[in-house]
Design a protein around this ligand. Structure first.
Ligand SMILES: [Zn+2]
Length: 336
């Protein structure tokens, strides 16, 4: 646990080796690092300074926080983004480049190979020009980080996220990446690191997808601190606006908080509610990986097994009927 707990340490800079892609680690202000695998020596730069909204309790970024920009107006604007016919957020999964959406939508070896190949191209482009397609870098780097995380390779996931942060300058994609560092650190119980990464996030984003990412990051910290009432305060007791519908993490923390507060039926009901927006199986998958809501997960798995069993019986019954009507069982071709 102690090694895992430092995988997301804020005092460290963890990047991918430019030569072989293995994680390389150095202090946050950079320095020369030799890769433990391929021995390539890399000069790592200092992590960029925290943005202006980290300077004090009252952020004063002119374009994002004008005097009339009160909280209610901001929430109303976020809700309006969810209205039918409203333009889609540039940060929504549906806004990702089309080829990435079709070829990386499933967790398969082929999708992983495609992501690896895309990543090599993006990295080469970035090394040559210090610029690359922001959306592609975010979606490919994020997918590789999720793959590493699902395999328990925490340092690899951290390196993929922080390397993507090095390539991406867009504030929205940066918030999405920081929110994932928060969530991953919190999942490993490293609350100090999670809070430090949370300090990098704009606390008042103007886009509903970014707001959702911020809230799920705040909920992750509160979950690690066992403040379950606080989690429901941030996310609401049921899925509702202005939260973006496709947020698996929001369902995860809400279901867990309800279970931990002893409201097990409400927790299971909320897991069931996730079916239309994100799919029950996705929420169950991440609950299991993050070790949250064990009772609700067990109940969900029993339900899934019964559904699979029922489907199996149905397929067998249909098969037997088809074989019978085709005459395989009572064939007139059979002579005695
Ligand atoms: Zn290397």
């Amino acid at each position: 646990m102690s090694l895992s707990a430092t995988s997301y340490s804020y005092d460290l800079r963890v990047l991918q080796c430019p030569s072989c892609g293995a994680p390389i680690t150095c202090p946050w202000d950079g320095g020369q690092v030799a890769c433990a695998y391929c021995r390539t020596v890399t000069l790592v730069t200092r992590r960029p300074e925290a943005p202006a909204w980290n300077d004090g309790p009252a952020p004063v970024r002119a374009e994002a926080h004008s005097p009339e920009d009160d909280e209610k107006a901001r929430i109303d604007a976020l809700s309006a983004q969810l209205a039918p016919g409203a333009p889609q957020s540039p940060y929504a999964p549906e806004s990702a480049p089309a080829d990435l959406r079709t070829r990386m939508s499933k967790v398969t070896k082929r999708a992983k190979a495609f992501a690896d190949e895309q990543w090599r191209t993006l990295r080469a482009e970035w090394h040559a020009t210090h610029a690359c397609d922001q959306a592609r870098a975010y979606w490919v780097g994020g997918a590789l980080a999720a793959d590493a995380q699902a395999k328990g390779d925490h340092l690899g996931a951290r390196a993929a996220l922080e390397t993507t942060l090095e390539m991406v300058t867009d504030e929205g994609y940066r918030l999405l990446l920081y929110s994932r560092l928060v969530r991953n650190a919190a999942a490993l119980g490293d609350v100090a690191a999670a809070k430090a990464w949370l300090g990098q996030c704009n606390p008042r984003p103007r886009d509903v997808v970014l707001e959702t990412a911020l809230r799920s990051a705040q909920a992750a910290v509160l979950t690690a601190e066992r403040d379950y009432v606080g989690v429901l305060g941030i996310l609401g007791e049921k899925h509702s606006a202005p939260l973006f519908p496709d947020a698996i993490a929001c369902y995860e923390f809400r279901v867990n908080a309800l279970e931990m507060l002893g409201r097990e039926d409400a927790a299971f009901e909320e897991l069931r509610n996730s079916y239309v927006p994100v799919g029950n199986a996705s929420v169950l998958w991440w609950l299991r990986i993050d070790g949250l809501a064990p009772k609700t997960v067990a109940r969900g798995m029993v339900r899934i097994r019964w559904i699979r069993f029922g489907l199996g019986v149905f397929v067998l019954a249909v098969g037997a009927y088809v074989l019978r009507t085709c005459g395989v069982f009572h064939s007139k071709l059979v002579r005695f």
